[in-house]
Design a protein. Structure first.
Length: 364
């Protein structure tokens, strides 16, 4: 069986209005560009958006980190940026940190999650896309999906999952990675991934056969750019069923709107709210941070879908709780822990404030 590669490449190339959502013209442009190469360079594609982030979902046979595929995404974002500039959309080209393409979009601004695998007899895939948060936002959900039997029943019940999963965790500050085999090493892993600003789960593999189960984007724009340039608004691919978490087990972690970093000016903690596609347009205080999930069945590399997975009443309580938490946190105004810690602000706005006030500080 030929292997298929799934590439999800995303960028904020301009918001409409402000940072809230996507102008239809940009979606149309991306669809036109990808249609030109459908059946040639790529097998199939879908264009979606989460808030102000344009999401290109592509299947092909070129493998991960492929120059042609990355160039296709980059060129599409570049053309979209020209359109965004014409329409004077907000932050046109926001995530394109470089002028010229250098072979791989990694480190250039766009976020990338990719995986290559042999398509199973039936291949359900969940693609998660977030706005107003950072890559570490997936840590909690991935832990619940692949390591917590109180969330994923299959870890106990399904003999094919009972052996557990191995997590590849990246240290985004020191550019290092470590493999952690769970359940044996869950305490060590939690020590790391509980600091999602620094340690991020990049891949998950099934222990019994090393089969890939999940892949995330791990860009941190502020670390790349050395200044505040908007949040990363990450994406994640998760395979489901038949010895992997069932679709409902993949979604279950989002029934709790856990707290993530991002929201207004990328500088506040807020609840991670699961929403249907039509609600992926953060408005209140530019948020709260949002996640959508597009469900697909792969069929010979073709994408059957998307199904709008969070457009379901069973996530209403999560949304209500998220709104209550948003009310509660907002009343803190500029106070931590609603506002991110000084550590995090160092990569955003604090240096300028300290520089300005520097000469006025007197020794105690
Ligand atoms: P500006 O309005 O100055 O761009 O900043 C506010 C904001 O939206 C931060 O991204
Ligand atoms: P984005 O990262 O989604 O562009 O949001 C930036 C922002 O500052 C929102 O307040
Ligand atoms: Mg934006
Ligand atoms: Mg965004």
């Amino acid at each position: 069986m030929a292997k298929v590669t799934l590439s999800v490449i995303k960028a904020d190339i301009g918001g409409f209005p402000g940072h809230s959502s996507m102008h239809p013209a940009l979606m149309e442009l991306a669809k036109r560009e990808l249609t030109k190469v459908k059946g040639k360079l790529i097998k199939d594609f879908r264009v979606l958006h989460c808030g102000d982030d344009l999401e290109l979902i592509m299947t092909h046979s070129k493998g991960v980190d492929n120059k042609e595929i990355h160039k296709l995404a980059w060129d599409t974002f570049k053309k979209g940026t020209e359109e965004a500039k014409k329409l004077k959309l907000y932050g046109a080209g926001q995530d394109l940190l470089k002028d010229t393409f250098s072979g791989n979009v990694k480190g250039m601004g766009p976020g990338v999650a990719e995986m290559t695998f042999e398509e199973r007899k039936s291949e359900p895939i969940m693609i998660f896309m977030a706005d107003k948060t950072e890559p570490g936002a997936w840590n909690y959900a991935l832990y619940k999906m692949f390591a917590d039997p109180f969330s994923t029943a299959g870890l106990v019940i399904d003999p094919n999952m009972h052996g557990g999963f191995t997590f590849e965790v990246h240290d985004l500050f020191e550019h290092k990675k470590v493999m952690l085999k769970c359940p044996d090493e869950i305490y060590d892993m939690l020590a790391l991934i509980g600091q999602p600003s620094r340690y991020v789960i990049k891949y998950v593999f099934r222990n019994s056969d090393k089969e890939i189960a999940a892949s995330t984007s791990t860009q941190r724009l502020s670390l790349l750019a050395g200044r505040y340039v908007g949040k990363d608004d990450p994406v994640m691919i998760v395979r489901a069923q038949s010895g992997l978490p069932a679709v409902g087990e993949v979604l279950e972690p989002f029934s709790f709107p856990y707290t993530v970093a991002g929201w207004m000016r990328g500088s506040h903690h807020g609840p991670f709210m699961p929403v249907g596609f039509c609600d992926a347009r953060p408005s209140r205080f530019d948020g709260p941070p949002r996640v959508i999930c597009a469900g697909f069945q792969l069929s010979g590399g073709m994408l059957e879908g998307p199904a709008d997975m969070f457009s379901d009443v069973s996530f209403d309580n999560a949304r209500n709780m998220a709104n209550d938490v948003a009310d509660y946190l907002r009343r803190h105004g500029p106070f931590e822990p609603h506002r991110l810690s000084a550590d995090e602000m160092e990569y955003t706005t604090l240096p300028d404030v300290l520089k300005k006030l520097g000469p006025r500080f007197k020794k105690l």
